[in-house]
Design a protein around this ligand. Structure first.
Ligand code: HEC
Length: 174
């Protein structure tokens, strides 16, 4: 019996060593994973982290990019976007499906009474927002870009507005 007990002791020593290693793994791995996740979340939410992330200029540029400007010309500093580009960048989020009660793109019946108020009124609504529609559709655009998007949408809904001229000095000089 004592022999057996000794063998069992030796066995449990080895076993203890094994479970110690397994135990360490069971702690180290989840801790590493959690630390990684926390790091990920922090680097994606903290403005300070964003500012410090100079090693990731692309990521920073993306973070401070205008909302909804996923177009080819994003990085060209001052080429005013076309109405279609602005539409695809922001307005489509609601107007393609008619979300939140917005006049649907191409729906002449929905647009007719609005078109009747005139381009200037529609432009003001688009620039400043109206009821559920945020100013500039939630994007940040030059007035001419919003104007072009209004014309693009209104004309698709039956209007015959002329595209606003680029000649008018644009507010932003940056
Ligand atoms: C978050 C959803 C949303 C987005 C994004 C959005 N709109 Fe709208 N839009 C609306 C809603 C809702 C209305 C209807 C507002 C009302 O009459 O109550 C509306 C109405 C309009 C009208 C008619 C305004 C009037 O006076 O009758 C114009 C013009 C317009 N949007 C232009 C735009 C343009 C241009 C963009 C993109 C730059 C855009 N919208 C993006 C929700 C949106």
């Amino acid at each position: 019996m004592s022999n057996n007990a000794h063998a069992a002791d030796a066995g449990s020593d080895a076993q203890f060593g094994r479970s110690l290693r397994v135990g360490l793994f069971a702690i180290v791995v989840p801790v590493a994973v959690i630390a990684g996740l926390v790091g990920y979340v922090v680097s994606h939410t903290s403005p300070a982290a964003a500012l410090n992330a100079t090693s990731m200029p692309a990521a920073v540029a993306q973070r401070i990019e205008k909302v909804g400007t996923v177009t080819v010309q994003d990085n060209t500093p001052h080429v005013a976007r076309t109405g279609e580009e602005v539409f695809k960048g922001s307005c489509t989020a609601c107007h393609t499906a008619g979300a939140l009660g917005s006049p649907k793109f191409g729906d002449a019946a929905a647009w007719a009474p609005r078109i009747a108020t005139g381009y200037a009124a529609l432009l003001q609504s688009a620039l400043k927002g109206k009821n559920s529609m945020p100013a500039q559709g939630g994007g940040v655009y030059d007035e001419i870009e919003v104007g072009r998007a209004v014309v693009y949408m209104a004309n698709a809904g039956g209007a015959k507005f002329a595209e606003p001229k680029a000649a008018a000095p644009v507010a932003s000089s940056k």
